[in-house]
Ligand binder design. Sequence first.
Ligand code: ADP
Length: 439
Amino acid sequence: MKEEKRTDIRKQAKEVLKGKTIDLKKLSSGDAQNLVHELELHQVELEMQNEELRRVQNELEDTRNRYSDLYDFAPIGYFTLDGNGLILEVNLTGAKKLGRERAYLIKKPFSLYVVPDYKDAFYSHLRQVFDIKTQTTCELRIVDNKGTIFDALLESIPMHDSDGNLLARTMMSDITQRKLAEAELKQLIEKEHEARTEVQAARKLDSMKSMFIASTSHELRTPLNSIIGFTSLILDGTSGKLNPDQKEQLEIVHTCGKHLLSLINDILDLSNIESGRIRVEVCEFNLKQIVDEAVTNLNVILNEKKLELKVDVGDINMKSDRKRIVQCLTNLISNGIKYTEKGSVEISAKNIDNNVELSVTDTGIGIETQDIPKLFAPFVRLHTPLTYRTSGTGLGLYLVKKLAVDFLGGDVGVKSEFGKGSIFTLRVPVKLEGHSMKN
Ligand code: ADP
């Protein structure tokens, strides 16, 4: 306690006791002793009360400091505004956000720091608090003393000070990050919507494309079969003898017709596969049997080229889509024959960890390393003299890859040495699980 305050209290006490002094001489020694004892007790009591007062005072001081810390260093800005929007109080965070010293801001209009486009929003926010006297919020943009702009959320509560004046307790939080996240989310949603629309449009186009292919293929195949059939008959000499020129020209018509038909068949097949119209049909069969079947289909061109054919396929029983394996195998063997001028084509099969590895090895022209990644894309035909002389659509390997991956649960790979030959390997599970059997 300060010295002046203590003497002041002493003076006041003297006033109270004026005229109440006890004449000690009139007291007996016993009474005097009791009085001294009583006084001593009072003194101890007073000291204890004093001590308690000091403790409470310290506690109060601590609490006040804690509150002022909480106020000043809160993560959001606290402002007390009057009815004209002047700043009466501001915590340290608020002052820092506006880029000014706290003392500078006192009696300054808060609107100085509101971005012009948002001033109207701020004034109507103030009216809400002071005229309608309700708690209110608004989002606006604040520009600090250095010109940096940030998004802010203002939340104001009407309150009265000790003199009964109406004030606003305004909390200001920086919501720039939230706004950015919201904008990003909006963009993301818009993009997703766009992508979905694009996918829908693509699907529609795809199904129209499939329908177009299916109908035109049918329309094209019928006359083409007539062309192939009748040219074949004429070439056989059934309708009379042809001179060498006629024969040569008609053979060109016949070959072109067959090429066109195989192109149409491949395209139709692919269109059906890609549109999901074809289902996997699982059945049990012996691998050797279907290898023989594929070879029989190719006997004519095999004999024309005078190549040696080797088959090394053991007794492997499979449960898979028979038709699709024959289709893959026919494509790989026919390529082996087409792109080999002398030597052999060998078909071998091994069962490795419940997967069949079916390889077609040829001693043909081989493939250059840089061309290998292109092979399984649609309409790819490599630039070699033999490719120019051989008919093909560039769809065979693409079809094999699609069937192997999408239908047979496997894959197809290639190893090749340019000028020496190639090995194409179809790897599929011995038993294709997860598909119902075709009766
Ligand atoms: P294509 O109808 O032209 O044979 P594919 O898709 O079956 O179409 O094959 C694509 C290309 O890959 C062929 O044009 C050829 O250049 C090359 N190719 C395929 N198989 C072989 C092979 N066994 N040896 C060498 N080149 C091959």
